[in-house]
Design a protein around this ligand. Sequence first.
Ligand code: NAI
Length: 287
Amino acid sequence: MSGVQDRVVVVTGAGGGLGREYALLLARQGARVVVNDLGGARDGTGSGSAMADAVVEEIRAAGGQAVANYDSVASEEGAAGVIGTALKEYGAVHGVVNNAGILRDASFVKMTAEQWEAVQRVHLFGGFHVTRAAWPHFREQGHGRVVMATSTSGLYGNFGQANYGAAKLGLVGLVNTLAVEGRKYNILANAVAPLARTRMSEDVAPAELLERLPAEFVAPVVAHLLTDECTDTGTVLVAGGGRVQRVAQFVSKGVAFAGTPTLQDVADRWPDITDMNASELGTNPLG
Ligand code: NAI
């Protein structure tokens, strides 16, 4: 096979925004797409089948193949339902795009445990549950592609988004280990931080900036990571408005103390410890 032709790809939260663009492009490229969406509001309240159904209709009207699923990714049972739809309808699952998401913004001093938990449940737990349900199938067939939707709010921080930022960077941590564990089974895992005008971002960035960030610009990057030809794993991309970049962690040359340093030793060498001029791409020092 080549590209995403005939591959069965699950896109969560594909009833609108970025997920819809991913689903439309994947279907145009010949993939069979599970369009999952709970159909709720931006804060995750409510539900309905109309959003996912509309995208499935759009794909079918254009001659593509798609099926709707309305389960919540936030629970193990919901995720089993999402992957179960792929297996029941198409007999396989080859890729998952963990895109479903909600917002419950509040400054940290005002953030409630409920706001914290609701966001972890959809983004971080959702990414886990859906990928976990697909993983044995990926291993068995020696092929799997995982894309996590991360965010610059996690990579860099953003006011009012402690819950969201933590969940989104948690998904990068998950990708890092999935890349290690998946490699020998030809399972690749990567993350994309999109920048796009959607209902989620409409009041998070200035309107003039959002104008230049149509959601469709991000879709080819996500689709590339799902192709048979893609060999990258464990990478993080930022994509928006036609610009696509890789983001990575760099580690400073640092200082190797011969013995236990004193507090004063650390303070004295602080400029060398934190100097990023001779930094290199970071790898796990424990092997
Ligand atoms: P959106 O609100 O249009 O899309 C999210 C979709 O997920 C909605 O259709 C919603 O119904 C669905 N959803 C929510 N909870 C769900 C659940 N429990 N189960 C199944 N579906 C559920 O927003 P957008 O912007 O398209 O976001 C897509 C992803 O991209 C999200 O993960 C978001 O965090 C991420 N992202 C978006 C950015 C942007 O600039 N728009 C920036 C950084 C990340």
